[in-house]
Ligand binder design. Structure first.
Ligand SMILES: [Zn+2]
Length: 432
């Protein structure tokens, strides 16, 4: 454990700390951010009304559009006077969201990343290969500062030029790979093409996040790269990577509860759901200086448990994120996440772990086509067995997800490879 005092703090003490920090945060934003003062005013609430952690549920949600509406700095507490760093979403679909960090915010972020890296087996002698993008995206720099904090050696490669990545992992004797799970697959495949055996490398573990991935995908990556794969969670609006991370038990992701408060709500009604129920994760930051957020709707679907973990950490655990509300497909009334399809494909295991979901509409009926790559071996076996495989996949999809989908086996390496976040869905319904 990187920080036993904080990570294994008795829950009673932890919850008192959360309450005190929440009060402080609410008072600060009420005074300094006109937007929050107005929102609280609309429901007749003041920071003084919040007398327990449960009372937090009385306050309004913050959503991504609130950040956009106050673009760029409207929700910052002190303008830019204390801000030393800016990150931003890509903004490919409209106005980007801009987030800022004070020096203390960056220190907290590095601390949480140090915890995550330590939980994934890193220590000062580790060589950490960071293949997350560097720049406005939080992935690269987030991992970077955590790795430096634990005294490890950082290789700040950033994304792209995959062959060069493989050579550096080999030559610089990297022990931990940090990138998206889909890019880890791309790296593994490139390694095969270059005829470099993972057993000859020093890689021991991987820290993979920034997109939802199934446990079956974990097994595929672990086998291909011969490492232990750990999940990490975060989002720029709340901080960046390190908000929650897996411990060696790998039975959920510990949330940095001394810095965040989590709630699970029904995505459509916003009602709070009981512990263990699956819904949308809502996060309140309680130590952030530049841009605190209150009840931020993350769009990520998960559940939480406060049950003790065998690792000794006391912080609550999030179940592996199953999807995002904006990635959820509604096919003829049934909710489907790409990670569920992924899990089924990998369970059957006779295809490559590269797939894409094509959603379309014929008349008034939604259709789903699953394109998945054949292995080289299946491909050279010609049509023998292909129809059977398509049928198996179709039947599993019906039996597990309750929807019918057409399955199209495509030739190896025909689905675009990810160098960051994979694009799993092609939705053609709105393109017509
Ligand atoms: Zn644990």
């Amino acid at each position: 454990m990187w920080n036993q005092n904080c990570e294994a703090m008795p829950r009673e003490k932890l919850e008192l700390l959360q309450y005190l920090r929440l009060k402080q945060t609410l008072e600060t934003i009420y005074q300094l951010v006109p937007y929050y003062r107005q929102r609280f005013g609309e429901i007749g609430a003041e920071p003084g009304d919040i007398r327990s952690l449960k009372d937090l549920a009385r306050l309004p949600f913050t959503i991504k559009n609130d950040l956009r509406d106050n673009y760029p700095y409207g929700l910052f507490t002190n303008g830019l006077s204390e801000v030393v760093r800016i990150h931003s979403s890509s903004g490919t679909t409209g106005i980007p969201t801009v987030v800022g960090y004070t020096r203390d915010d960056l220190e907290v972020w590095a601390e949480l990343m140090a915890r995550a890296l330590t939980a994934a087996g890193a220590f000062r002698n580790s060589v950490i290969h960071v293949a997350y993008g560097y720049g406005l995206f939080t992935g690269g720099l987030g991992v970077h500062y955590g790795a430096e904090k634990i005294g490890a050696t950082v290789v700040p490669v950033s994304g792209g030029q995959t062959k060069r990545q493989v050579r550096m992992i080999r030559d610089l004797r990297c022990t931990l790979l940090a990138c998206t799970p889909s890019y880890a697959l791309n790296i593994a495949e490139t390694m095969e093409e270059m005829q470099i055996e993972p057993s000859g490398l020093k890689l021991e573990s991987g820290l993979f996040g920034a997109e939802p991935w199934s446990d079956n995908m974990r097994h595929v990556i672990e086998e291909k790269l011969q490492i232990s794969a750990f999940d990490i969670y975060g989002l720029s609006e709340v901080m960046g990577p390190g908000v929650a991370y897996e411990c060696p038990s790998r039975d959920g992701l510990h949330l940095g509860e001394d810095h965040f408060i989590a709630e699970i709500v029904d995505p459509s009604s916003g009602e709070i759901l009981p512990e263990g129920a699956t819904g949308e994760l809502v996060i309140t930051t309680i130590t952030k200086g530049a841009l605190p957020v209150v009840r931020y709707r993350t769009g990520d679907i998960t559940s939480v448990t406060r049950k003790p973990c065998s690792c000794g950490r006391t912080h609550m655990r999030l179940a592996k994120i199953s999807g995002r509300t904006d990635d959820m497909l509604i096919i003829r009334g049934v909710n489907v996440f790409p990670s569920q399809v992924e899990s089924i494909l990998l369970e059957i295991g006779e295809t490559e772990p590269h797939y894409q979901l094509i959603v379309d509409r014929v008349g008034t009926l939604d259709t789903l086509e699953i394109q998945v790559e054949l292995t080289e071996q299946m491909f050279s076996d010609k049509v023998k067995g292909l129809e059977d495989l398509e049928k198996t996949i179709r039947e599993e999809i019906v039996s597990v997800l309750g929807i019918s989908a057409s399955v199209k086996l495509v030739e190896p390496k025909s689905i675009p490879r990810s160098e960051g976040k994979a694009q799993r869905i092609l939705d053609r319904r709105n393109a017509r």
